[in-house]
Every structure is written in C-alpha cells, then in structure tokens.
Design a protein around this ligand. Structure first.
Ligand SMILES: [Zn+2]
Ligand SMILES: [Zn+2]
Length: 279
C-alpha cells in the first residue's frame, strides 16, 4: 500500500549518471537503522480540509520494539497515563481508537474498537466498535481516524488524516533524483547569467504543465521538485509553514532553519559525485 512517485521515477530514469555517482547515491538511500521510529504528519488532501496537528514522532531503541503505541482522543487521564500515546483533540476520535506496533521487522496498525473507524489508505479496517486484525503498514501510507462530523466545519469535528513515515525515512538523504535536479537548476541559472546557447535540461511545472525556464521565479521543495513560484505560491501561503509536495506527497516544514541539517547535508554532498553540467 504505497504510492509511487511516478514523476520522480520517470525523471530519475532519463539521465544516466557515471558509476561512482550512482553507487554513492544508492548507498545514501539506505542509512543503517539504529532505532525504530514512526512519524505522523498532517496529510492535507488537494480538495479537502483536515484536522490540523504538529508532526508527531515516536522513537525508541530496538530492545523496546514490541511496545504498542496507542492512538486516541486527548483526555487528561489518557495522556497522563501513557506518555508514548499519540493523542488528538478531535471529537470524532475515540479514546482508545487504534494502535500501531512493530513486530518481526514490520509495522502494523490495528483498530481497537473505535466507533468511527480507522482507515488505511481509505479502506476501513473494522465495523463500528469491533477490534480489527492487525494490518501491515508501509512507508507513506495514509491513516485516517474517524470521519468528518457536521461537514467538518469546526476543527474539533474533523477526522485526523496522517501520513505515516517509518524508521527515519523522513531524515535528510540524497538520491540520484536530488542530485540531478540540483544540476538542472544550476544549469538554468548559468544559462540565464552567462547567456549559454546550449539547451538547458527542461523539466515541467506540474501545476501549469509548461517548462521551467531560465529567468523564471522558481520554488524548489526540499524533495527537489520544482514549481513556478507564481503557480505554487497560493498553496504555500494557505498551508504555511507546511507543504505537501503535489508530486511525491512528501511533507515539508518550510520553517526549518537553513542551519538545521546543513552539516549533515554537506557531508552527504561530499560523498556523492555531483555531475557538473554547467559550462
Ligand atoms: Zn507553473
Ligand atoms: Zn516532491
């Protein structure tokens, strides 16, 4: 149950990098896993609203790996008794709504008999008030708790929609695609400033479906997907400081200071061979 970032794959396949670069980038895609972790971020669908919440991360060492994480509605009692619980102040979430747990190297979600249901990638796990069997969860699955009540006009009547990311997969890393897009943007800049007559590699803005060209104002998301600034700025303003990339659906916090992770990123860049296509 995983969405494929089709555009990203298609672009990444177009350019063949030298062996060393390919190798470096693929190593960086698979950092060693020392801890087990899970992150819940607010998933804002393109046409709907949802319950707003800050990103929630739970991390622990492998020896405690079988601890279930309870998910439910915020109450003083519940929250105080279980510090690892993930709680939401939404009335459509039951007090004991669901749990996620890690077993045999995989993550699972289970509805604990909620009244309004747990949905994994839009499929309801069990009838009202019945415990479900455990369902396997994959990176980037969408977990929904409950359904909007009274049209969800008020925040506390909205269902919770969360994207699930597993085992630090949200941390900074470089892929071939990131490096290629970095070079693509650099070559656009050099074409504009140095008047190079070579054809700049062209990518499309997924909103207006026209090419991204030199001298246009651009927005490059941390996932390296590029948009015309003019096309994306209404979305950026609406959800500031959060941005769900339309192409890969990755969640970004745009209020992250530049210094955060900069050293780590420089270190990653050192070990990756960046193909410099500028003249
Ligand atoms: Zn555009
Ligand atoms: Zn993206």
């Amino acid at each position: 149950m995983q969405e494929t970032p089709q555009v990203a794959t298609a672009l990444a396949d177009q350019t063949v990098l030298p062996d060393s670069s390919e190798k470096a980038a693929s190593c960086l895609d698979n950092p060693p896993e020392e801890t087990i972790s899970i992150r819940f971020t607010n998933f804002v669908s393109a046409n709907g609203h949802s319950f707003n919440f800050e990103p929630v991360v739970r991390t622990w060492s492998k020896k405690n790996k079988n601890l279930p994480i309870h998910i439910g509605r915020y109450t003083d009692k519940y929250n105080g008794g279980n510090v690892s619980a993930v709680v939401f102040r939404s009335k459509v979430v039951s007090r004991r709504h669901a749990q996620v747990f890690y077993e045999g190297g995989e993550w699972y979600v289970q509805d604990l008999g909620s009244s309004s249901g747990t949905f994994l990638n839009h499929i309801r796990l069990s009838p009202p008030c019945e415990t479900s069997k455990p369902y396997h969860i994959s990176n980037n699955d969408i977990l929904q708790l409950g359904a909007d009540y009274r049209g969800g006009e008020e925040m506390h009547y909205r269902c919770v929609r969360a994207r699930i990311e597993l085992n630090n997969s949200w941390r900074i890393k470089l892929s071939r695609f990131n490096l290629e897009e970095y070079n693509r943007v650099r070559s656009l800049i050099s074409k504009a400033t140095e008047g190079s007559k070579e054809d700049a590699p062209v990518s499309e803005c997924c909103i207006c479906l026209t090419p991204v060209l030199p001298c246009q104002a651009l927005f490059v998301a941390p996932c390296s997907h590029t948009y015309h600034y003019w096309c994306i700025h209404p979305t950026l303003q609406k959800n500031h400081p959060y941005f769900n990339c339309f192409i890969c659906r990755k969640y970004h916090d745009l209020s992250t200071p530049v210094e955060e992770g900069e050293l780590e990123l420089r270190e990653l860049m050192k070990h990756a061979t960046v193909v410099d296509k500028s003249p």
